[in-house]
Write a protein that binds this ligand. Structure first.
Ligand code: COA
Length: 416
């Protein structure tokens, strides 16, 4: 089967997580992704948090599958010359260096556009161009703070909190992938490349849009009825942290199940969807609540929503999280067990769907990684191992017309 992105050549000038997550996704879908790395060291994540001495860390292998690795010192004239050749015959260059690094290297957007007017140049930065913080280097948690996630995550009596989900890094990479694909489609029509820029702050904020919704509601009416602070607590003039509240039209909370005293993950998320009230009452053995004026409507329930959650917890006390969900699903109640990484890693459904895959690696043996979360009817993305540092240098240079002797010479001066 031909993969949709086959024939698209991508210079992957990315490192750490945001950029590599983007190019890995495009590689899964068939793009020829050539990761350009500094000779001798490569992407910093090859060495970070290593669990096996002398083997690439999982941090690297889980973000760089299906790619080739070319080592190139792009600060040396010989390295620049090779990069220029590569630019002339590639479709996309993706980078997430600190602000100005690509310009300092001599590869500004103008220069790249001059070398290859059809090329799409895609960048991740912490803040967008022209922003008053656009000179800042940014990592995941910095972006979560700058994009509104931290101030709205956690409990109201605790500090701003970071999410474990990579809202700043991988999320920005996913936005960039959409931008690149859009620019590729645009190029089919216009014949021209363009610059695609995504900032981590903007990408976090894009996922926090419901909190921007809440800010406006708060300013208009002075309260947010779905937050735990309503109706007994106080609201200030900014969206508060809502703990585990539902956040949409449905109240919800994380509820204790059998074994919570010793198992920190013996919980389910329970949602009280308005039109599921009668099934919820039947599931809990509380049919008298169905027409009780104190429980009948969402408005009537909200003032004592935490008493309702306590009653549900009493019902859950002799059920494991899995037993509880098995009962509740029969009543069509939106809920899920709180799953640990161990449970997810061993989940047979995730293995069967290719969401979690085992990949053989030249140095590590087999390792576990994520596969494509996007499923197609006519494409089964296959995950292959991340490359060793410089594994494809010779192959890529030969493809650019360099002879064995040229490659030897370039190695002598450590340009590749
Ligand atoms: N050959 C020669 N030099 C190379 C090279 C290569 N193959 N690859 C990179 N470099 C150089 C760059 O030219 C730059 O040099 P300069 O600063 O002298 O101009 C340097 O290596 C890399 O700089 P930088 O990207 O700023 O690295 P850093 O480790 O100081 O900062 C980040 C890391 C992630 C904070 C920074 O890259 C950043 O803010 N990126 C944008 C936001 C982002 O993506 N963050 C999320 C990361 S998950």
């Amino acid at each position: 089967m031909t993969k949709p992105l086959e024939g698209i050549k991508i210079i992957d000038f990315t490192h750490v997580q945001a950029g590599p997550a983007c190019t890995q996704l495009l590689a899964w879908f068939g793009a020829d992704v050539i990761k350009v790395e500094r000779p001798g060291s490569g992407d910093v994540t090859r060495n970070q948090l290593r669990d096996i001495p002398d083997a690439d860390a999982l941090y690297f292998t889980m973000l760089n599958s299906n790619k080739k690795s070319l080592t190139l010192d792009t600060k040396k004239p010989e390295g620049k010359e090779i990069l220029e050749k590569l630019v002339r015959e590639s479709d996309v260059l993706v980078e997430n260096f600190g602000p100005g690094a690509l310009d300092r290297m001599g590869f500004s957007w103008e220069r790249l556009n001059e070398l290859n007017p059809k090329m799409i140049v895609a960048s991740v930065k912490g803040f967008s161009d022209g922003h008053h913080y656009d000179d800042l280097k940014v990592y995941e948690n910095v972006a979560q703070c700058a994009g509104g996630a931290a101030s709205t995550t956690g409990f109201w009596d605790g500090p701003p909190t970071i999410s474990a989900a990579a809202l700043g890094d991988s999320n920005t990479g996913m936005h960039l992938a959409i931008g690149i694909l859009t620019a590729l489609l645009g190029r089919d029509k216009s014949g021209k490349g363009q610059k695609v820029a995504v900032s981590m702050q903007d990408s976090v904020l894009n996922l926090c849009r419901v909190k921007l919704r809440d800010q406006q509601r708060l300013e208009r009416v002075g309260y947010l009825e779905e937050y735990p602070q309503y109706p007994h607590g106080e609201f200030s003039d900014v969206v508060p942290r809502g703990g585990n509240a539902g956040g949409g039209g449905q109240p919800g909370w994380v509820l204790k199940c059998k074994g919570w005293e010793t198992d920190p993950n013996a919980y389910i998320y329970f949602t009280i969807q308005g039109h599921a009230w009668a099934p919820i009452c039947h599931a809990l053995g509380k049919p008298e609540w169905i027409d009780d004026p104190a429980y009948k409507t969402p408005e009537a329930r909200q003032p004592h929503i935490f008493e309702i959650f306590k009653t549900i917890e009493a019902w859950l006390s002799d059920k494991t999280k899995f037993e509880a969900v098995d009962i509740l699903r029969k009543f069509d109640i939106p809920c899920a067990p709180v799953l640990t990484m161990k449970e997810l890693a061993n989940d047979p459904s995730l293995r069967a769907s290719g969401t979690i895959v085992e990949v053989p690696h030249k140095k590590r043996g087999t390792y576990l990684t994520v596969g494509s979360p996007i499923k197609f009817s006519d494409l089964q993305p296959e995950v292959t191992a991340s490359p060793l540092l410089g594994e494809h240098t010779e192959e890529v240079l030969a493809g650019l017309g360099y002879s064995q002797q040229d490659i030897f010479n370039l190695r002598e001066i450590k340009a590749v």
